[in-house]
Design a protein around this ligand. Structure first.
Ligand code: OGA
Ligand code: MN
Length: 224
């Protein structure tokens, strides 16, 4: 998958204000050793942006300012509720809380580049809302060779979430179709990272409205 973490990289001068420093190292280690990583409460003390991000998404929901997510690429993008049912809104960094999340993502990008030599150059992020019954069928976020999305990150914004609420993210073994690597509930302030080209995954239907932010680090620059 990826080279092992280089122990002599000069990582000590990378400072992070949003994430706990140990979070960045845990993510790099997880991506390197197993292709994915789950961190609960990844944020530095007093820096958790989740309540504010969630409030922003609730506002967009009230204003009906979310759009049906699409699948496919370029001219072939269509929305198809038999594949994915979520509604989304792209983040643009214009609010204070989005700007602070973007600073954290900048730090994560720098850290991953130094630790794993990923050559990440940009990221894109959207809010996602799944209503009860919505799901996202098994997929990969990027196809090898098209060199676009390299690392996927999902941050969950749910207030309270239990096993009975469903909506788990399920990761599959890239080499063994039916082997489940992990099934993780979308608990608030949980951060999931995985290699976009490697890890097939799906979102199981939930019984509650499910709130999250999905983000992709890219090696190319997104089309204007
Ligand atoms: C996606 C996705 C996972 C999740 O948006 O591509 O797979 O847990 N999201 O929301
Ligand atoms: Mn995905």
């Amino acid at each position: 998958m990826l080279p092992a973490v280089d122990p002599v990289s000069p990582l000590s001068d990378v400072s992070s204000s949003l994430f706990e420093m140990s979070t960045l190292a845990t993510i790099a280690e997880g991506l390197s050793s197993q292709g994915w990583c789950c961190v609960d409460q990844p944020f530095a003390a007093g820096a958790d942006p989740v309540p504010e991000l969630r409030a922003e998404l609730l506002t967009y929901q009230r204003q009906d300012a979310l759009v049906m997510a699409a699948v496919g690429r370029g001219d072939e993008r269509i929305s198809d509720r038999s594949i994915r049912g979520d509604r989304i809104r792209w983040l643009d960094g214009s609010s204070a809380i989005q700007a602070s999340l973007f600073r954290g993502l900048d730090e994560l990008q720098r850290f991953l580049n130094r630790a794993l030599f990923l050559g990440l150059r940009a990221y894109e992020a959207h809010f996602a809302l799944y209503r009860p019954g919505d799901f996202y069928r098994r997929h990969v976020d990027s196809f090898r060779g098209r060199a676009s999305r390299i690392v996927s990150v999902v941050l969950y914004l749910n207030d309270e979430w239990g096993p009975e609420d469903g909506g788990a993210l399920r990761l599959y073994d890239p080499n063994e179709n039916s082997r489940i690597l992990a099934t993780l509930l979308p608990q608030g302030s949980r951060l999931m990272c995985f290699l976009s080209e490697d890890i097939p995954h799906e979102v199981l239907p939930a019984t509650q409205t499910r709130y999250s932010i999905a983000c992709w680090f890219r090696r190319d620059l997104p089309a204007a």
